[in-house]
Design a protein around this ligand. Structure first.
Ligand SMILES: C[S@@+](CC[C@H](N)C(=O)[O-])C[C@H]1O[C@@H](n2cnc3c(N)ncnc32)[C@H](O)[C@@H]1O
Length: 614
């Protein structure tokens, strides 16, 4: 099954209304801090918070949430699972959490109540409640962690369902239904990210969301909204702009799964996160609408491996089948590196070694909060291996050479920008005197420098847009503020705004780069963050014309009118404004990120007289 546009749509329009979930489950770590019905944060020590008296494992923010959820919680077997069966679960369930299993218990219960968990649909179509459960045989045959999770999870589900309290529903003795439901949850559920930016739990939606396929070059995104608190963010769209379609034999499934019936399904989850799909590119009538299931800034190999590991399918989207490989993938593969170094200096295993070291540093940082150790490890790795502006002779003795545009660099910059920001924030919470103040400034400066490197790395990946950064002027008062107010942005507006933004960023960065990179050995090697000409013309088309470069170079940082401090402030303003613009395109102008950007910009404006924002 797939979803196609019923009509032509502009970029940044909601394609669906707010779709209610079939089943949701908070991740284990949020069970005590968030409401299991509506996912909202529970007020600390509030007398209004109510727990399930049987298992004491789930909590609710109010009696309405308790009433709306308690039947599903107890009748699905989730309550019994907490009381009797969790202690029998293997360490993998205890460590990785039980949200998939609990969502599967809940899903199976609601489908059974609607008569939608039929053996026919499961056996003939490999579907349950219209949701695809294909790939389960491959998952079980491979016998890896995922197979263990399905086998053990379905046993736990079955025993919890058998010991649940009163139920009139007859359920099967065999484990097939439990297995299929758990697999349908694993492959159709989405991580719910709300305003905290954390993944709070998972949600499974019906066909109106679950039939959107994946593409590594998607034309739609999705956002979550909580009702009734998030009324502003809810899409009031009455008629969906997408319709289900099917290819070949799957045509039977539309009839079998009975889409219209499934979508008139009463909202079992009265509250809980709704999902809204929004287009991020102009879409023509009849085009397939796709979202992404994975991180797209990865090589084709890594993307395919992610999709296989989690969903057991091989992606056949336009980016994956393109020949020759798209420029973005060439860069992510690090193929560009062979332009300036001896071929045998970079071999796959050395890159893998660096990748392993990098992943280890990142996981130590994310699990142990040791941001300093993470920065030290990654920076020494980059300093030793980065090949930038080094005389050719020096390359010969180097064991590993890392191209600055290699994906390892990309991940390293991302981790460093985050770790330095974390360190700056941690210092900010302490007292701000003497050296601490200097440290805070150094950390914030380093975070900005790595974020900027990241920005230019990403810019350089847009090789197909050629003269991307040239031409237009970007003056702050006329920047995308106006566009962001509208729900729908025209593609040409978007392109010209991006061009203006890129041009202005290049110019400002050129003038404050040496100041930002000072004291960071791996960035000090990069003399000019916007000059990627050393990649060679075969792969890289310069973002700026030779005249542009000449004009920029004519001003050296000392003769440039703006002091680095002012440059950095302007850079920050452009970035936040741009972030607000992109957020409004992908998630709508009411999204919490757009609000946060607005607050920061207003905060900056208050400090200036006359105001920076006209
Ligand atoms: C959430 S469902 C999407 C709807 C699905 N096509 C259906 O018929 O119900 C996910 C499944 O769709 C298929 N799928 C999604 N995107 C795909 C892609 N880009 N290439 C191949 N198969 C894809 C895979 O079988 C995957 O497990």
């Amino acid at each position: 099954m797939e979803m196609r546009a019923r009509e032509s749509v502009n970029m940044s329009e909601d394609l669906t209304g707010a779709i209610a979930p079939y089943a949701t489950a908070l991740h284990d770590m949020f069970l005590h801090s968030h409401c299991s019905s509506c996912f909202s944060k529970l007020p600390p020590q509030s007398t209004c918070v109510i727990s399930c008296t049987m298992c004491c494992s789930v909590r609710y923010c109010c009696s309405e949430c308790l009433t709306s959820d308690l039947v599903v919680h107890s009748s699905s077997g989730e309550c019994c699972f907490f009381v009797e069966h969790l202690k029998g679960a293997s360490p993998s369930y205890v460590i990785e959490g039980t949200s998939d299993l609990r969502a599967a218990l809940r899903l199976l219960y609601v489908l059974e109540m609607q008569g939608l968990a039929s053996f026919d649909s499961i056996n003939h179509y490999s579907r349950i409640g219209g949701l695809s459960a294909s790939g389960i045989e491959e998952a079980l045959e491979e016998g890896e962690d995922i197979a263990e999770r399905i086998l053990e999870g379905s046993l736990l589900m079955s025993s919890a369902r058998k010991s649940r309290a009163q139920t009139n529903v007859s359920f099967s003795d065999v484990l097939k239904v439990e297995r299929m439901t758990l697999w349908a949850v694993i492959t159709n559920s989405v991580e719910v990210q709300l305003s905290e930016g954390l993944a709070m739990g998972i949600s499974v939606y019906g066909p109106s969301f679950s039939w959107f396929n994946h593409s590594c070059f998607p034309n739609a995104s999705y956002r979550f909204v909580l009702t009734p608190n998030d009324e502003d963010c809810i899409s009031h769209k009455s008629k969906s702009s997408v319709v289900p379609a099917s290819k070949g034999v799957a045509a039977d499934v539309v009839k079998g799964a009975n889409y219209h019936f499934l979508n008139s399904f009463p909202a079992i989850c009265k509250y809980g996160p709704r999902v809204v799909v929004r287009c991020t590119k102009p879409i023509n009538k009849g085009d397939e609408v796709c979202i992404t299931y994975i991180d797209l800034l990865q090589t084709k190999e890594a993307r395919q491996s992610d999709l296989w590991l989690k969903y057991k399918f091989i992606c056949s989207c336009s980016r994956c089948v393109a020949s020759p490989e798209p420029y973005l993938d060439l860069i992510l593969n690090g193929h560009a590196r062979d332009l300036t170094k001896p071929e045998d200096e970079v071999t796959a295993p050395t890159i893998e070694d660096l990748d392993d070291a990098l992943q280890q540093a990142i996981s130590e940082y994310s699990s142990g909060d040791d941001a300093k150790a993470c920065c030290d490890i990654i920076e020494s790795m980059l300093s030793e291996n980065l090949m930038r502006d080094l005389p050719k002779g020096e390359l010969l003795g180097t064991k590993h050479i890392l191209h600055p545009l290699h994906r390892v660099c990309f991940t390293a910059y991302m981790a460093l920008a985050s770790a330095y920001r974390f360190r700056a924030l941690s210092l900010k919470t302490g007292s701000l005197h003497g050296e601490k103040n200097d440290d805070l400034f150094r950390m914030a400066k380093a975070a900005a420098a790595y974020s900027l490197s990241l920005f230019f790395l990403v810019e350089s990946m847009k090789g197909d847009t050629g003269q991307y950064l040239s031409e237009a002027k970007f003056t702050f008062p006329s920047c995308p503020e106006g566009f962001a107010k509208h729900d729908s942005v025209k593609y040409n507006d978007f392109r010209s705004t991006c061009e203006r933004f890129g041009k202005q960023m290049s110019s400002l960065s050129f003038h404050c780069w040496s100041f930002l990179a000072q004291g960071l050995p791996c960035l000090e090697q990069i003399k000019n963050p916007i000059d990627f000409s050393w990649l060679g013309t075969a792969i890289f088309r310069s973002p700026l014309s030779e005249d542009d470069y000449a004009n920029l170079s004519a001003h050296n940082p000392t003769s440039f009118a703006m002091a680095p401090k002012e440059c950095i402030l302007s850079l920050a303003i452009y970035c936040i404004t741009y972030c607000k613009y992109l957020t409004s395109i992908c998630y709508g102008p009411q999204h919490y990120l757009a609000d946060r950007a607005k607050d920061i910009l207003e905060g900056i404006n208050i400090l200036y007289d006359p105001p920076l924002l006209a």
